[in-house]
Design a protein around this ligand. Sequence first.
Ligand SMILES: Nc1ncnc2c1ncn2[C@@H]1O[C@H](COP(=O)(O)OP(=O)(O)O)[C@@H](O)[C@H]1O
Ligand SMILES: N[C@@H](CC(=O)OP(=O)(O)O)C(=O)O
Length: 477
Amino acid sequence: MLEITHYDRLSVAKFGGTSVTSVDAMFACAHIITSDPSIKLVVVSAQSGMTDLLTELTLSDDLQQAHAVILKITQRQTDFINGCSLEFLKPKLNSIIDRWLEQFQTLVNNSDFPVSDTLRHRLLAQGEYLSSELIGEVLTHSQIKNCVVDASQLIKVHKLGEVGVKPDLNRISFACRAYLSKLSHDSITVTQGFIGSDVNTQEFLTLGRGGSDFSAALLAEAVKADELQLWTDVEGIFTADPRVVKSAQLLESVSFNQANRMARFGAKVVHPDTIAPVMRNNIPVLIAATKYPNGNRTWVKQYDTQDKTDNRALSITRRKSQALITVEVGSVAERIDPDSILKKLSNTQLYSDWLTYTDNVLNVIVNQPVLNNANAVVAEIEHELVDLGAVNVETDLSLISIIGDGFCNNHLLIQKLLAYLADYSVRNLMIGTSDHLINWLIPAEFEETMIIDVHRLLFEDKTLNNAAADYDLSVAS
Ligand SMILES: Nc1ncnc2c1ncn2[C@@H]1O[C@H](COP(=O)(O)OP(=O)(O)O)[C@@H](O)[C@H]1O
Ligand SMILES: N[C@@H](CC(=O)OP(=O)(O)O)C(=O)O
């Protein structure tokens, strides 16, 4: 295996959507890179809002609709240039945008609508291609020697049906090492998050919404980085989404396991697949705000002892747009093997990490947008079970989770939580399956009020804090 020997220390820094959304924000990224010579690999997302626009475009029924979205994208780039206060930089950035727009329009004009799956991936990826070229230019103006590399040449994956991708770690590692070993030690590499390609077919692929964190983690693993840095619009991981709970408190340090659970249960600040690659390699992760590079931050790292003994609730998270599929599997005499239903579900994008089977009723929570794409499967299950039981699908739910360690043994906390939840039509409350997670479903309309209230209960209520201490279980202060 090729060794990368010419760096004393190597960090991968990923800059999210808001960090590349204006020229000023890009200069803030440049400042961070200049201040930390260990940063050799930079991963960028699309400017915030761009992937939403590109998604809208991929859903166009015809070229006319697609052109209406192109107009919005063009306006966005005009605003980007107008927001640049450095006149000398404008022509360079303008020429990058013009070239990109021309290629983008050609791609759209040659497309058939509705777009094919292959084309959908290619269109979705264009936001990252643009932002990487733009930031490359800003870095050059900041005297940072850099080279922009196409991530589809680095992030090699296996396409899993229509469902997703599985990274090929050996191929990613080989591609990254081959590339970095040729790079001079005073140059950094800029690449796109969110983008990859199939190892066998070379088919162009994207990694799913928010997937740039995952790209950065895979690259950190591939080059055996000393550190992964996720630069975003908040100072780290908080006790709740700070946009929802103004009094949310920053967590200075969380373990890989804790961060993994928070991400999986909806703390959007980290993509759910990010932690596995860094955890495998014990690579610490810094999460910090691009705007306040010297401000507070969260470290995600190996933390085994604390993990087991801390006994505290750490954060409250939510997964929006959830659907609950309830399948009545039938009476004991004539019941259908729930395995066959699970197999059906697992063959679709309806993959779920939350299911129960009790009293001949199978409950499965899935992401609603995915459910909408998989209606045929729901109909198929419904058809098979028509004589035996019913399939019911409830939509517009949110999955609220409390995540921590050992806090499920805090009797007073549980008592107060249940008393609070009693006033709501809570569904599928899960307590005690593990001592680090409690979660439940709630109609989306109650979600924000509930998060604010439960946050107050967990993290701001002094009585509960004292009671928790009585049980030798402290709630995060
Ligand atoms: N527990 C949490 N701690 C911090 N941020 C959170 C949490 N839960 C959700 N978020 C949201 O995550 C957002 C950052 O993620 P994202 O928008 O994907 O950033 P980026 O585009 O930089 O990758 C924050 O603006 C915040 O609203
Ligand atoms: N462009 C992608 C990738 C991404 O990770 O974005 P962000 O870092 O802004 O969450 C998306 O919007 O889903």
